[in-house]
Design a protein around this ligand. Structure first.
Ligand SMILES: *Cc1c(COP(=O)(O)O)cnc(C)c1O
Length: 352
């Protein structure tokens, strides 16, 4: 038996929605894509959304819309997936890495500030593992912010959804994300001109302005699935929070750092991270089962690129372990995970 690190929740509703699209014969850029764009924008609380083929495509188009190009600098964290680095390189800009905050693993505003130069054209702020970054402080730096909400759909900062603060925000609906369309993404925002530009860049067909365009469109099947998933988002988030509460209670007595959530925000626990000196051991044990523990980030981006000193990023990479947590996880599986983890962590101090 192996409990996977992640697993999508796909039910009859998604199967019916996609089947209906297939029967209709209208498989690209139709009413489902438009409805999904509207539904995500309404959920986030912004004026519009442009659906894309992936989160990476959404990042790429956002940088293009903000006129980020050759020689420009874009500040990003290194404790994140390489989609950010790839997007910045696609537009021939230079990724500048900033460190993260120890407590939240989100980009550290003070370190971002130190790394701003005349060439800084944008900051990409991923709301990591389901928790908002320090978005107000980051926007106050005066550089356009792209919020990366690939892991934070539905999470809230000071009463407002993540994705409603930045110049633009991006989402991913990849198989393992908060909601899933297989592959898929979106750019959302309030600035109609930027959204129009992104809509134009997304599709190359019948364009005669001499500019380069892309094919980053979403299909009707994906959008129909996305609409069905979005309806389930409240129950997905409730399940995630209930599991996180259970984990935190069960692990409270153990010598590990548990996820924290500052008072002014809500955590959706896209990932449940613990910090421990035994991270390596636990991840190794996970290869044999019964629970697939993972490093929350494959490899910090600065380990391959440049030589920025990022002590908190390195510490998180050494100490953080992601424990399986997703809506499709049963109570019995959660019990197996907790027993296994408690065994790996040893008896808590003060207990015989
Ligand atoms: C998954 C992810 C992306 C990329 O999304 P894809 O749809 O896989 O291209 C970007 N940023 C973050 C923070 C992610 O977790």
């Amino acid at each position: 038996m192996m409990i996977p690190h992640s697993r999508p929740s796909i039910g009859q509703e998604e199967i019916d929605a996609v089947t209906a699209v297939l029967r209709s014969g209208q498989v690209v850029q139709g009413r489902h894509v438009a409805a999904f764009e509207e539904a995500v924008a309404a959920h986030v609380g912004v004026r519009g959304g442009i659906a894309t083929s992936s989160g990476l495509a959404a990042l790429h188009l956002s940088l293009l819309a903000l006129d980020v190009g050759e020689g420009d600098e874009v500040v990003i964290p290194a404790f994140v997936c390489s989609a950010l680095w790839n997007a910045v390189r696609f537009v021939r800009a230079v990724p500048v890495f900033a460190d993260i905050r120890r407590e939240t693993c989100t980009i550290d505003c003070r370190d971002v500030k130190r790394r701003l130069t005349k060439k800084t054209k944008a900051i990409i702020v991923p709301h990591m593992f389901g928790l908002s970054g320090d978005i107000r402080e980051l926007i106050a730096l005066g550089v356009p912010v792209i919020e990366d909400c690939a892991q934070s759909l539905g999470s809230v900062y000071e009463g407002q959804k993540t994705g409603s603060f930045g110049a633009l925000s991006v989402f991913s609906f990849y198989a393992t994300k908060v909601i899933c369309t297989g592959e898929g993404g979106m750019v959302a925002g309030n600035n109609k001109d930027l959204l129009k530009k992104i809509e134009d860049l997304r599709d190359y067909d019948e364009k005669d302005d001499g500019r380069v365009h892309y094919n980053f469109k979403m299909t009707e099947m994906q959008a129909a699935m996305g609409l069905a998933q979005l309806k389930k988002l409240p129950s997905f988030l409730a399940r995630r929070r209930a599991l996180a509460r259970r984990y935190s209670e069960a692990l409270a007595a153990y010598p590990v750092l548990l996820p924290v959530c500052p008072d002014n925000r809500d955590h959706i626990y896209f990932r449940y991270l613990i910090r421990t000196q035994r991270a390596e051991e636990i991840i190794e044990a996970g290869l044999r089962g019964p629970v697939a523990y993972r490093r929350p980030v494959f490899k910090p981006l600065h380990h391959d690129q440049g030589n920025a000193a990022l002590p908190e990023t390195d510490a998180a990479f050494r100490e953080a372990v992601s424990i399986p947590l997703y809506p499709a996880l049963s109570d019995d599986e959660a019990e197996v995970i907790l027993r296994d983890l408690q065994r790996l962590l040893g008896a808590p101090p003060g207990r015989k």
